[in-house]
Design a protein around this ligand. Structure first.
Ligand SMILES: Cc1ncc(COP(=O)(O)O)c(C=O)c1O
Length: 466
């Protein structure tokens, strides 16, 4: 029995248990490209269609229930549809309010104040997606510095916007290629890619391009690049070099903001960027993102800015949508006031899962190591990646390794293990995913029991051959 046969068996079983979802997918394909609007949600052979999501659980159209570790692209720190947010939204809508109005309201100011206090920045402006927010942050940096180059790390995902679509997933002796067609001509030359957590490479790139670099954008906890924390020394080096070369430092905390504590990794490390991008968790399940940072940089999006410096981060129809602001305020308030219970608990569950998954696979003869480990400062990591490694590799520490087929089995992580865990009643992503406050200890243990059953079965089949 080889991996191909295992995958075929899993797909066959998945099809049997998801007949309604398959019908829905086929119908969706008649109208939408590949049946949907977000490629990550459209896994093979077809996604299951949810009818209900509550706390840790999701139920699909065929009546299957899963414990979910995808949790809204890792946004749902409190689990799906938390009552605290739903209650206020219900109340709001019942009063005939909550839909878009095109007017500012007081909640915008409340959410702005709450977030700025937590991350210790001067000014903030909201928009609707992390993608837009990183785009505006880069435009602000380019306008402020009057420079044209952007530096990012290989494996860094900042959304599908033209300034950053290079060096993400496509591995070819490194991560250094443009990853989309249709980009502005010449964009390739304007994006410099450096290695995550590599001080020497960062120094070298600044030495070579520093006086042309408008900004260095980096995730203090890299998400798509493998669930790895930036080392404090690395971010400090980035801070020092950006200051030395008069470039701006942008922290993309779309994943890490409010995921490990009620603020950013920047606050834990005590390193202040010029701009911060936030998204995911700050909306309490509604579409909210933000750019926050230095007043002199942020003020370039003001209509009062000099015409030649002005950045048209003007806002869109749904910017600071009333229901999104309400959800964000209630959610962030709740998270702040319950932070001493939430973060240590989900962080400790994360630590247990990482440790035990490694042990389980080791007992059954597999070389599997987790990512998502915190350090002495970022103690409470609730994110878990599972990496099926080739023999000579000790552990994954760079994003390049995560997508390099000579280092790890990408198909095992993203496809085979995913379908195997679904069969056991668990929806995972990147090998496991995000633990939320709604997951119980029992559910976490059940997920580990499922991993054990899978490892046992695979051992019998003698896969994977790594
Ligand atoms: C670090 C990071 N930045 C930006 C984005 C883009 O955010 P959005 O999907 O809300 O556009 C993502 C999305 O996953 C992300 O992980």
């Amino acid at each position: 029995m080889d991996k191909k046969r295992i995958l075929e068996g899993l797909i066959e079983n998945y099809r049997l248990n998801h007949k309604k979802s398959e019908e829905l997918f086929e119908k969706a394909c008649q109208y939408q490209i590949r049946g949907g609007s977000h490629n990550l949600r459209l896994f093979d052979p077809f996604p299951f269609y949810v009818v209900e999501c509550c706390g840790s659980k999701v139920r699909d159209a065929d009546g299957n229930t899963y414990i979910d570790f995808w949790q809204g692209h890792f946004a749902n720190v409190l689990g799906h549809n938390p009552k605290i947010v739903l209650d206020s939204l219900f109340d709001y809508l019942k009063r005939g309010q909550g839909l878009t109005t095109g007017f500012p309201d007081s909640r915008q100011g409340e959410l702005a104040e709450l977030i700025l206090k937590q991350i210790e920045a001067d000014k903030i402006r909201f928009t609707t997606s992390g993608t837009l927010a990183t785009m505006y942050a880069v435009m602000l940096a380019k306008a402020f510095t009057k420079r044209s180059l952007l530096m990012k790390v290989g494996g860094g995902w900042h959304g599908a916007q033209p300034y950053v679509l290079k060096g993400i997933y496509t591995y070819d002796q490194g991560l250094n290629q443009l990853e989309s067609a249709g980009l502005p001509s010449g964009i390739n030359r304007t994006i410099i890619v450096t290695r995550f957590n590599d001080n020497k490479d960062l120094e070298e790139k600044f030495r070579n391009y520093g006086d042309q670099i408008a900004c260095f954008i980096v995730e203090p906890f890299i998400g798509a690049g493998g669930f790895i924390f930036a080392q404090r020394e690395y971010l400090q080096k980035a801070r020092n070099l950006t200051l030395q070369y008069n470039s701006l430092l942008i922290f993309d905390e779309v994943i890490s903001g409010f995921r490990f504590h009620p603020g950013g990794v920047q606050n834990l490390y005590g390193i202040k960027p010029d701009l911060t991008v936030l998204g995911k968790a700050i909306g309490g399940g509604m579409p909210v993102s933000a750019v926050a940072g230095r007043e002199d940089v942020m003020s370039l999006c003001s209509p009062d800015a000099k015409a030649e410096d002005r950045v048209r981060f003007d806002g869109g129809t749904f910017s600071a949508h009333p229901a999104s602001m309400l959800a964000g305020v209630d959610y962030i308030r709740y998270i702040i006031s319950h932070s001493s219970e939430i973060y240590p608990r989900i962080g400790q569950l994360g630590a247990k899962v990482r440790k035990e998954i490694e042990e389980i696979f080791a007992v059954h003869g597999f070389h599997v190591k987790c990512t998502g480990y915190g350090n002495s400062i970022t103690k409470y990591s609730s994110l878990v990646g599972v990496q099926f490694l080739h023999d000579k590799i000790d552990r994954i520490t760079y994003p390049e390794q995560v997508w390099n087929p000579e280092v790890c089995e990408v198909e095992m992580r993203e496809k085979i293990f995913k379908l195997a865990m679904l069969e056991q009643g668990f929806n995972i992503f990147h090998g496991y995913g995000a633990i939320s406050a709604s997951h119980t200890e029992k559910e976490i243990q059940a997920s580990l029991d499922a991993v054990e059953r899978i490892a046992k079965r695979w051992r019998k089949y003698n896969i994977p051959e790594m």
